[in-house]
Design a protein around this ligand. Structure first.
Ligand SMILES: [Zn+2]
Length: 410
């Protein structure tokens, strides 16, 4: 890991990167794309029926909006045909479930959809390792790395490959274990429930950089294993598309945005579809950001959902605001949807280095309408500190997509 927000790490509540600039996206250059709604249907699959009164005589136009950013490739390997090793401890109650998850993921349509833009295809489930040892009550990232190296040396798990290693270790922990992330913060108590990383090790005289992922089962989520499967699919696809997670040298696929952009840099493909998941193969799985889907102006999160009417907001300005302590600024949010639908809920979430204050002039928005976001930097904010107001669109208890508005303190 990584960065302030989420490179190599997932924010899960069962249930960030850079845009090419402020050019409005209209579906095709210059002209708004038009959609004629189907007569007799509400034209949506997401609980937001279109307004009564829309007829096939009406022409729907997607409101002009800024484009999504694109993930870029930064040299190095991807796990183009991953060899997954699922590792569970003796007291892990969902071993069968997560082994079945691994069996499904490596050959699934989900894998094809999530990986194809990044050179990642089907993989194999190389091994399912049920350890004799119970999970520790507490474990740090350094301690886990040592365990992985020891398991490899002892032959408990298959070794990594000497060339173009495709072996990925996913380690699952029960809810009774407190897992400390690379910053020594406990998973499940803050924004993070898991992460992926690498450990360097020598094995049989060869130096390896070994990718692994950590999947915590959060105690507050014990009534369901969906938290685990969404998280595991998140870390799995990010480990495949950005296996070595080395922001300083820069490898793999992640968002690489200009310093002035509101999209945070270093976000990986599942980070950009945080909170957006779907059920496939009997598992609740994350959706992942697709460069090609985003470029088409449809939902950027894949697998695609047939008939989905995607909706979000776009902010003007799109660049990071530079505000002095105590200053207030207003940002115009414009709603846009890819088809007709009713207004949707808006909410804000602040992430970053200071307590940015945010308020919305309205709690709902719809295609081609605007809401004002007012942002205030507290007097106490330090010069150079950064924060992002994520403007979430979706049901109030479970918003599913956001647009970032970044602020740096002058
Ligand atoms: Zn992530």
């Amino acid at each position: 890991m990584t960065d302030l927000v989420c490179r190599g790490i997932v924010i899960i509540v069962l249930a960030v990167g850079c845009g090419p600039g402020p050019t409005p996206y209209n579906g095709s250059a210059g002209t708004p794309r038009s959609i004629i709604p189907d007569a007799g249907t509400n034209g949506t699959t997401d609980g937001g029926p279109a307004d009564a009164g829309i007829s096939s005589d009406d022409i729907f136009r997607i409101a002009p909006h800024s484009p999504f950013p694109a993930l870029t490739f930064h040299k190095g390997l991807v796990l183009s045909s991953v060899k997954l090793v699922t590792i569970t401890f003796a007291n892990y109650e969902y071993a069968s479930d997560v082994e079945a998850l691994g069996d499904f993921l490596v050959g699934s349509d989900w894998m094809t959809a999530a990986g194809k833009d990044y050179g990642v295809g089907f993989g194999t489930h190389l091994a399912k390792v049920r350890l004799d040892e119970p999970a520790p009550t507490t474990i740090s990232d350094v301690q886990l790395q040592k365990k992985i190296v020891d398991w490899i040396a002892a032959g408990t798990v298959p070794p990594p490959e000497a060339n173009a290693n495709q072996v990925l270790y996913l380690v699952y922990f029960p809810s009774t274990t407190t897992v400390l992330d690379e910053a020594s913060d406990p998973l499940c108590t803050g924004p993070l429930d898991g992460y992926h990383s690498t450990v360097k090790a020598n094995h049989d005289g060869t130096k390896y950089t070994i990718p692994y992922g950590v999947i915590a089962h959060c105690p507050q989520e014990t009534s369901t294993n969906a938290q685990v499967t969404v998280l595991a699919s998140h870390e799995f696809i990010e480990a495949c598309t950005d296996p070595t997670v080395t922001p300083t040298s820069g490898t793999g696929w992640f968002l690489d945005t200009p310093d002035t952009d509101s999209w945070p840099t270093n976000l990986e493909d599942a980070d950009l579809c945080e909170r957006d998941h779907l059920r496939l193969g009997g598992f609740e799985l994350t959706r992942a950001f697709s460069n090609s889907a985003a470029a088409q102006g449809i939902s950027p999160c894949v697998p695609a959902v047939p008939g989905e009417i995607y909706f979000n907001v776009t902010a003007d300005p799109t660049t990071k605001l530079q505000l002095a302590p105590g200053a207030t600024a207003q940002v115009t949010l414009t709603g846009w949807s890819t088809g007709p639908r009713n207004a949707w809920d808006l909410s804000t979430e602040i992430v970053g280095q200071f307590e940015l204050q945010a308020s919305l002039s309205a709690s709902k928005i719809k295609n081609a309408t605007t809401v004002t976001l007012t942002l205030t930097v507290p007097q106490s904010a330090m010069s150079g500190a950064e924060a992002v107001a994520k403007v979430w669109s979706g049901p109030v208890d479970f918003p599913t997509r956001y647009w970032p508005v970044g602020v740096r303190v002058k």
